[in-house]
Design a binder for this molecule. Structure first.
Ligand SMILES: Nc1ncnc2c1ncn2[C@@H]1O[C@H](COP(=O)(O)OP(=O)(O)OP(=O)(O)O)[C@@H](O)[C@H]1O
Ligand SMILES: [Mg+2]
Length: 254
């Protein structure tokens, strides 16, 4: 389980985000970036955030701490912006939150040097989860207190949109040519050697256990949330062993 908090105040929308994430205050007095179940992208985006965020953290990456945020739609009543009001009204119940990194800057590849080791680890991880959203157009990396932080894992694991074809989809290569770190000579071989052995069945079970049950119910073809959790773990376990050979579009890779 992720830690659970309850939203007490909607502060402001984060205008950059496509899914209209917002800044909220919760009953523990924390300030969180909140991603809504009622957003157009749907709850699978939130599942992907949990699986990839918690996996990345366990592999040693910096990822803002994740929580679930309970929302009473009544909070939307006082919102002047109709788009925000609609979002809050349609997102009652369990939503996703993450620690707000106050003062963080968006990663700028021209202003921040990344070592081949760190670039390799991030590219390898993105290949593992099939992240198509860490491009130079939309880096989804923050620089906070001098370090790189990974955010926004909503557009990953494309196979979870079509479970019957998941195995075939997960066997496909990863095109890193537009990855924001492609030009930092990412050492994916070293990253694979260090990280792949860590992606064990136990670790994946621990990670998928963090997904709230309510986001896993009613998936066609699955009887229980735990069946679906195992379906999330399988392609990642299979990919961890081989994905390094399937990264395309960076120097030194095929
Ligand atoms: N934990 C955080 N701390 C500080 N700022 C954040 C945090 N998470 C997100 N942001 C800011 O909000 C923006 C939008 O967040 P995010 O990329 O997760 O949303 P999104 O709706 O999935 O966006 P998109 O699909 O447009 O990439 C980020 O680019 C960043 O500027
Ligand atoms: Mg983003």
């Amino acid at each position: 389980m992720l830690r659970e908090v309850t939203a007490t105040r909607y502060i402001t929308p984060l205008r950059e985000g496509g899914s209209l994430p917002g800044l909220v205050e919760a009953d523990d007095r924390g300030t969180y970036v909140m991603k809504f179940t009622g957003a157009g992208q749907g709850r699978k985006t939130l599942v992907a955030e949990v699986v990839c965020g918690e996996l990345a953290r366990r592999l040693g990456f910096r990822v803002p701490r994740l929580v679930t945020i309970g929302l009473d739609p009544v909070l939307g009543l006082g919102e002047p912006d109709p788009e925000v009001q609609e979002l809050l009204k349609s997102s009652g119940g369990t939503n996703l939150g993450m620690d707000f990194l106050s003062g963080a800057l968006g990663f700028d590849p021209l202003a921040f040097e990344v070592s081949p080791e760190e670039a390799g680890r991030i590219v390898w991880f993105d290949a593992l989860v099939n992240n198509v959203d860490r491009s130079w157009r939309n880096p989804n990396l923050l620089v906070w207190q001098g370090d790189l932080w990974l955010i926004d894992h909503g557009a990953t694991m494309i196979w979870h949109h079509n479970w019957p074809g998941a195995e075939a989809s997960a066997a496909r290569p990863y095109d890193a040519s537009e990855h924001v770190l492609a030009s930092f000579a990412p050492d994916v071989a070293a990253a694979a050697a260090a990280l792949a052995p860590l992606v064990t069945a136990e670790l994946l079970a621990e990670v998928t256990a963090k997904i709230p049950d309510v986001w896993l119910s009613d998936e066609p073809g699955f009887d229980t949330p735990d069946d679906l959790r195992r379906a999330y773990a399988r392609p990642l376990a299979a990919r961890a062993a081989v994905v390094h050979d399937r990264i395309q579009g960076i120097e030194g890779s095929k």
